[in-house]
Design a protein around this ligand. Structure first.
Ligand code: AHR
Length: 493
């Protein structure tokens, strides 16, 4: 057992935690959409217009706030008109990025917007810049959001949707330094400004435009983009820039999702903890060009990426999910909370059956992964005020950055939420937390814990689950014990 002092000062507010920090990402990749979220109207699996009911319910339970679609790399080869109208007449195409499989376009704009309506989340559309045209993207926005008489809005009406939808988040391309066109930062900045100029606000809709930001630590990309994002009248042309960072210590040997050593666990956590430095350095650059903090940092792809499960299509990126992934998620979400002054959205990759998924499916079966449960434990941070939270810590790996404890705290409607992870695989942590600036009378807690390899599968879907847990407050001091390899949510009133 190791003891740690902790201090939370609710009077010291660090920033507002946008609910979108708890966002997700769905791509036409493997079984994320087809045979995942979308099974088709004729499926025996209970569905609403082809969208699985059990999945919608699971998303609602964690208050899923925003969903990014249709890619990823797929976005820059997606032509939205192929995915509207009579399904039997929709064009088929090859999904060149992901397994070369046939994409029949049966899940398109109307299906995605209906999914978001069912879940109650904001849609976030990534537009095609790499292989699309300015006109195509401009018409997509008009098709979705315009209430006027126009060719695109009339086409939407003919396709069964009288009223426009609201669309807030729009990405202008995806990874345009790579699969989205292999552009350099200078060239992309010009292309960005041209495309975004024709993505208009129609009928009271207001777009929040996101430019492609760096891959990981390509700080030069951030520098150039920030320098060039203003127009000749010195006005910002974007509301945010994206950042993609996957926790992959070695791209040539990503490792096994279920079988790993303690050393591999620590190397992975060292990579995850680098997220903090990455955001800090990107913020430093952004602060120089935008001291007022007008431009948001949108971490719209993050998570673990292991070798695909044996026997599955290598292009489908299907991997299992253990308590290790839960710890990764907890560390990442605590980091995003702590940087909520600039990080306004984050989207884990990807929501169902792909990479660090929160849901896995097999036929009619559906399981919630340990990562899903972390989103459940953290959901009360959404729209809270992030407050000062400090604790003693200990590095658990020589030569690496693997602190034993990760935490963050927020206050909303007179309730404090504290989330903490004990990343040690051996030692229990006893936390003694002084709470100031808040009348802390009572505490309750929930816990996710287990041996680091434990996971849920289709025969034992509930091996890793949330349990109620003990926490007590005496004279404003919270006492709680965190078992090795655990994630805890504490609610203080
Ligand atoms: O999430 C898988 C892929 O990773 C996305 O399509 C792409 O944007 C990133 O490289």
């Amino acid at each position: 057992m190791k003891s740690f002092d902790m201090l939370i000062n609710a009077a010291d507010v660090k920033g507002h935690i946008n609910r979108e920090i708890y966002g997700h990402f769905s791509e036409h990749l493997g079984r994320c959409i087809y045979n995942g979220i979308y099974v088709g109207e004729d499926s025996p699996i209970p569905n609403i217009h082809g969208i699985r009911k059990d999945i919608v319910e699971a998303f609602r339970q964690i208050k899923l706030p925003v969903l990014r679609w249709p890619g990823g790399c797929f976005a820059d080869e997606y032509h939205w008109r192929d995915g509207i109208g009579d399904k039997s007449k929709r064009k088929k195409m090859i999904n060149t990025n992901w397994g070369g499989v046939t994409e029949d376009n049966s899940f398109g704009t109307h299906e995605f917007m209906e999914l978001c309506e069912l879940v109650g989340c904001e849609p976030y559309i990534a537009g095609n810049v790499g292989s699309g045209t300015v006109h195509e993207l401009s018409e997509w926005i008009e098709y979705i959001t315009s209430d006027c008489v126009s060719p695109a809005a009339d086409e939407r009406r003919r396709n069964g949707r009288e009223k426009p939808w609201k669309l807030k988040y729009l990405g202008i391309g995806n990874e345009n330094w790579g699969c989205g066109g292999n552009m350099d930062a200078e060239f992309y900045s010009g292309v960005y400004k041209q495309f975004q100029s024709f993505c208009k606000d129609h009928s009271g809709n207001h777009l929040f435009k996101i430019a492609c930001g760096p891959s990981g630590s390509d700080y030069n990309w951030t520098e150039v983009i920030m320098k060039k994002l203003r127009n000749p009248a010195n006005m910002w042309t974007a509301d945010g820039i994206s950042l993609h960072f996957y926790s992959i210590p070695d791209w040539n040997n990503k490792g096994h999702a279920l079988e790993f050593t303690e050393d591999e666990y620590k190397v992975l956590l060292n990579t995850v903890n680098f997220t903090d430095e990455l955001i800090t350095r990107n913020k430093e650059i952004m602060n120089r060009y935008d001291p007022e903090g007008k431009i948001a940092l949108i971490v719209d792809e993050w998570g673990t990426w292991f070798d695909v499960e044996e026997g599955t299509n290598p292009g489908f990126l299907y991997q299992q999910n253990t308590m290790r992934d839960a710890i990764v998620a907890a560390i990442s979400l605590n980091i995003f909370n702590r940087h909520c002054d600039r990080v306004k959205m984050a989207n884990i990759a990807q929501i169902v059956n792909v990479l660090q998924a929160i849901i896995l499916t097999e036929g009619e079966k559906m399981i919630k992964t340990p990562t899903y449960h972390v989103f459940d434990l953290f959901k009360e941070h959404q729209e809270g005020e992030c407050v000062y939270c400090w604790h003693e810590n200990e590095n658990t790996a020589d030569g690496l950055n693997v602190p034993m404890i990760s935490s963050s705290a927020s206050v909303k409607d007179g309730v404090m939420t504290i989330t903490a992870a004990n990343c040690s695989l051996h030692d229990e942590a006893e936390i003694s937390c002084t709470i100031c600036g808040f009348d802390a009378k009572a505490a309750s807690a929930r816990i996710l814990t287990g041996e680091v390899h434990s996971h849920n599968d289709f025969d034992t879907p509930d091996t890793v689950h949330i349990d109620p847990y003990a926490a007590e407050i005496t004279n404003g001091v919270l006492k709680i014990k965190l078992p090795a390899c655990s994630v805890v949510e504490v609610t203080v009133k």
